[in-house]
Design a protein around this ligand. Structure first.
Ligand SMILES: [Zn+2]
Length: 274
């Protein structure tokens, strides 16, 4: 907040759902173009899954969440999603709405609704411009400079310090070896918005509580990359329990129209047998 006052109102934005004022002097255009470049870069490097059933499920969840986000918050994103065929527990939504889900996170999600909790949370970070806010905070600390428009221009894998800082700030860095956890403010915010999204998309919001309870129980290494950027503890589980009644109301309004999601572990078992 102090930064907001110091840097005048032109650098302030308001987060949807929570109304929190945030520092942001990075334009959506700049950031979305970085997101699109990162997306194509990742798809060049990583194997996209060819499993039809899993792809359909991941796409269905992302479509439903994106539709709700469009209806409620109009982020102006061009949504897309890919399932990466790697046993890495990770998922993120790039600025501009490009979503990456690694197959390795599906056992943690357990159900389609659990995956909706993960994707809802990631989409919430993007819609709430948490990456832009972190970047703006870093730029404010370092003196305002140009955003890394050169980012991902070269594909030789060499990343200078500034570019690494940007990647870390944008929250998908674990893929590229830069891990910068989201702040607790951002995590609580993404939980609350994400739970609203999943409920409005027809997924039982209680699954978010279960997901984060499972995640917060993981104490021993190796800690999944997704957990490194989104630290889990009992506080966030408690806050999700607090926001559950509101999410339940939204879920009850739509669930008869959409129906319940499928069990992911059943799908994965089937795909393993194929
Ligand atoms: Zn998070």
């Amino acid at each position: 907040m102090l930064c907001c006052f110091a840097l005048s109102l032109v650098a302030c934005a308001t987060v949807p759902h929570t109304g929190r004022k945030q520092l942001n002097f990075v334009s959506d255009k700049q950031l979305n173009s970085i997101g699109a470049k990162a997306y194509s870069e990742i798809l060049k490097r990583e194997p996209v899954s060819e499993n039809k059933t899993l792809n359909e499920t991941v796409k269905r969840v992302a479509d439903r969440i994106g539709k709700v986000a469009d209806e409620t918050d109009k982020p102006g994103f061009e949504w897309d999603v890919r399932l990466i065929d790697q046993d890495i527990p990770n998922a993120f939504c790039l600025p501009g709405g490009k979503i990456i889900v690694y197959k390795g996170i599906l056992p943690y999600a357990k159900t389609e609704a659990g995956l909706a909790a993960i994707i809802g949370h990631e989409v919430a970070h993007a819609v709430a411009r948490h990456g832009a806010e972190r970047l703006s905070q870093q730029m404010a600390l370092q003196g305002v400079g140009a955003v890394g428009s050169e980012i991902f221009k070269s594909t030789d894998g060499k990343l200078d310090e500034k570019t690494r800082a940007i990647i870390g700030a944008l929250g998908f860095g674990a893929t590229i070896g830069v891990i910068l956890p989201y702040s607790r403010t951002h995590e609580f915010e993404a939980d609350r918005i994400g739970q609203t999204y999943m409920a409005s998309a027809g997924y039982e919001p209680e699954e978010a509580v279960k997901l984060w309870s499972r995640m917060s129980a993981i104490k021993k290494p190796p800690i999944p990359p997704w957990l490194s950027t989104h630290p889990a503890d009992q506080d966030r589980v408690n806050k999700l329990i607090e926001s559950s009644p509101d999410a339940q109301k939204k879920y009850q309004e739509v669930r008869d129209k959409i129906g319940l999601g499928v069990q992911l572990d059943v799908l994965m078992d089937q795909s393993d047998r194929q």
